[in-house]
Write a protein that binds this ligand. Sequence first.
Ligand code: XMP
Length: 485
Amino acid sequence: MQGLTFDDVTLVTQYADFLPEDTLTKSKFSRNIDLNIPFVSAAMDTVTGSSMAIAMARLGGIGVIHKNMDIALHAEAVKKVKLHSNGLIQEPVSFLETQTVEELLNYKEDKHLPFSGFPIVDAAGRVAGILTAKDLKFCNDRRLKLKDIMTSAILTAKEGTTLEDAYKIMIDKKIGKLPLLCKNGELAGLYSFHDVNALITGTSKLENLDSKYQLRCAAAISPYDFDRAEALINAGVDAIVIDTAHGHSKGVVETVKELKAGMASSVDVVAGNVGTAVGAKALADAGADAIKVGIGPGSICTTRIVCGVGIPQISAIHAASRAVSSDVPIIADGGIKQSGDVPKAIAAGASSVMMGGLLAATEESPGEKIMMQGRRFVVYRGMGSLEAMKSGKGSRERYSQGDVEDSSQLIPQGVEGRVPYRGTAGSVLHQFAGSLKFSLGYCGSKTVPELQSKGILYRVTPSGLREAHPHDIQMVKDAPNYRTV
Ligand code: XMP
């Protein structure tokens, strides 16, 4: 038996009759969910909350919101993502008609609001008009009341108006803002043409959107965690991820079957983690819409050391992907250190990569940001670390220790530490997606599926690996896409 991982292999160049810029990074997360970039943020409490999930979907990937919180909060986090940019501003900034222009301008400046076009309401909360940028431009007295300068003959629509209908009305009537009203005339939301147009005409092409133009979002559950699954589905989640350290197990198989047969017939069910062909096949046979692969490759994992168990990641991906049909995508979970690991995972058979540490290091992660000796760091911890297991049942359940109440009896399989701050998720994924396009070019593959089918991995020796890294030089500056820590 031989297990290979990222540093044991390199990709072989192949003839290309196109340029890297002509390649496509589109791929699949699960049977029915596409990705514009093959990146997924990990279901960890220092990686994916709603801010990370929003950032991931806006960049074209997807985030899996962690489960180390109670069900109500979890469902709220999903709702936050789903309602983030569906074109409808849920709680628009509005002003009372008796307020002055001065008050409005002070508020706008104070809050750095980049837009104009505010609904104006009367004392009973009913919409009385809109204050447009034009109204403000031609106002020469800041003491005037808003009701004296607002546009009061305005078009409104009923609460519940869809994005498509709002688009038609706004195009038809040439208006920039469309307030939605409840039955009693109160403000129920606002469509802004700028956002609606971007969503409908695809100016925001990269974003990962569902059929209702809402950001896509996934969320984790434990085996038999049906109450949580139901709440997440009601909140609009696109995929449920059964997130365990040992997916080739009765609990995971039964949970997949039960979800697919019942409540989750309309959402995708992802299951894992496995590291073998039989494990992947068992989950696919149960009906999983994607299989998550990774036993112990993660940067915070100690499973291979503490339990002596795990499969080096390239071999695990290769075995799992060969065991299931091509409509069940493989998510390579853990162990990504550099952007060059991504095309290697794809050539081994993965459709996407899940990243923990690399994204924990970004602005959008929930991990605590700290300063040390003039450098910024972010706290990152394994879900099997003592700290994570103490703070949440979801984490203990991932490691089959959900019933352990006394924390001195816990057996951790992960560590807590810190990672150097890397800026925004967008800046990290820009480098990763950009590098992937070059990899595709080098490998003569225009698309991710093409690299999956024709990529050739070569075994490298330790001296081959030494040659691959910068050598015979003292690095004095970090490159934006090359770091050793
Ligand atoms: P990276 O390498 O991206 O890995 O930081 C993230 C993945 O690691 C898994 N994970 C763990 N594995 N003990 C483990 O053995 C842990 O405490 C732990 N926490 C997370 C998980 O699959 C994640 O996506």
